[in-house]
Structure formats: structure tokens, C-alpha cells
Design a protein around this ligand. Structure first.
Ligand SMILES: [Zn+2]
Length: 229
């Protein structure tokens, strides 16, 4: 095993890559989550937040407090806001859509891409994490957009984490199309069944991926489960 992805429900993931523990959109206290925020005390190297909605920022502030060595990377305006709330601007790295971002002490390259979604501070993003061997794309909250094809073409996506719950994001059909455009080797659905408005059946997503992108393997995780690679 060189790494793993652990789904914590909603869009929250623990990703172990190149020796670092990275939390993405850490709403650890979401209704589906089997773990408590305290379980991550002193274990986290990096937190990545895709946009400033509460179900994605989640427990970031608390996690930064109980992980004094951890940094946060997010779009500039959001990162600065969290740095102010924390009272320690040195702990946050403000970035933006574009070229690679490196964070001291973290062996993974971070690239922010657009997400077609709203945000109060800065813009909504998707993010690609890569250690040079494995690339993980977290789509954030987004509708379908054709530039996803460029991400797959330029960088190659090994594992895509895609929202399937509809209403605020892509549904199963659009997410399957996204996976096809990304040319992802593995796809993991997220952002569904947290509350009734985003009810979805992951088997339906799997069927649609089989039709549109037969070479992609769909892994449906239960909250708390890991996919190792
Ligand atoms: Zn959102």
C-alpha cells in the first residue's frame, strides 16, 4: 500500500499520500460520519477546503487548533479568513486556480481547478493532489463542465471523487460523464444521502459509469471505509 482514501461521509475525506495525512473538506461532524473530530488530534499534516460553504469548511478551525503542525490551503480569500479566525495567518496558504501549489513539509503537489458552484469568499474550486505516482481529483461541489477533459488530458486522474447527490451539484448521470471526461481509473461517489435533498443511489452511478466509461472502476465506500492503493 502506498496510500489510501477514507471517506468520512458527505465530501469529507482523509487521504494518505506520500507519507502525509491530508483532510479534504473536513466536515467530520456530518450526519453520516462514524468518527469524531477528536480522532484527528495531532494526526493531520494538511487541510484542503474547496469552498466556503459550511458543509465543506466544516470543522477546519477546530482541526487546526488540535493539530498545531497542520496547515490549511484554500482559495486566497477563504484561507485568509480562516487564518484571521484562528489568529495565526502563518498557518494558512492562500492559493488560487492555476499552477501547482507546494506547502512546506507536505510531499504532495496541489492544483486548484474551477468548480461551477457558488461561494461567498473567493471562488469554488476543485482540487488535484498528486505525489508524482498517484493523482487524486476531488471535484468539490460542482455542476458538469467540459474543461474537466483538460484536467484528465494534462495530468491524468487516477482516482476521482465526484458528487452524485444532485440539487446543488452533479447528479449520477452528470458525474458519470465527468468521470469519462477525466478519464479516471477509479471513481468514488460523494456528496449524497447526507440529507434528503441530496438522496442518490450509488449503484445507479456505477451503472452509468459502466455505460459511459467502461474502463473506470467504481468504488462505493461506506462512511469510515478506506480504499487502499
Ligand atoms: Zn457548496
Amino acid at each position: 500500500m502506498s496510500g489510501y482514501i477514507r471517506w468520512l461521509g458527505h465530501s469529507a475525506f482523509e487521504i494518505y499520500l506520500a507519507g502525509n495525512v491530508i483532510l479534504v473538506d473536513p466536515w467530520i461532524s456530518n450526519p453520516l460520519s462514524p468518527v469524531s473530530v477528536g480522532e484527528y488530534r495531532g494526526r493531520v499534516d494538511l487541510i484542503v477546503v474547496t469552498h466556503d460553504h459550511m458543509d465543506h469548511v466544516g470543522d477546519t478551525l477546530e482541526l487546526l487548533k488540535i493539530n498545531p503542525g497542520a496547515r490549511l490551503v484554500a482559495v486566497y480569500e477563504l484561507a485568509n479568513h480562516i487564518g484571521e479566525q484562528l489568529g495565526d495567518p502563518g498557518r494558512v496558504v492562500g492559493a488560487n486556480i492555476g499552477g501547482p501549489v507546494r506547502v512546506e513539509g507536505v510531499n504532495t503537489t496541489i492544483l486548484f481547478f474551477p468548480a461551477t458552484h457558488s461561494s461567498t469568499r473567493g471562488v469554488a474550486t476543485s482540487v488535484l493532489l498528486s505525489d508524482g505516482k498517484t493523482s487524486v481529483f476531488h471535484a468539490g461541489d460542482t455542476g458538469l463542465f467540459s474543461e474537466m477533459e483538460l484536467i484528465g488530458e494534462l495530468y491524468g486522474v487516477d482516482i476521482a471523487l465526484v458528487p452524485i447527490g444532485g440539487h446543488f451539484t452533479m447528479d449520477a448521470l452528470q458525474a458519470a460523464k465527468a468521470v469519462q471526461m477525466l478519464k479516471a481509473k477509479v471513481a468514488i461517489p460523494m456528496h449524497y444521502n447526507t440529507f434528503p435533498l441530496i438522496s442518490a443511489n450509488p449503484d445507479d452511478f456505477e451503472r452509468k459509469v459502466k455505460q459511459l466509461s467502461p474502463s473506470t472502476r467504481v468504488i462505493v465506500l461506506k462512511p469510515g471505509e478506506k480504499y487502499e492503493f
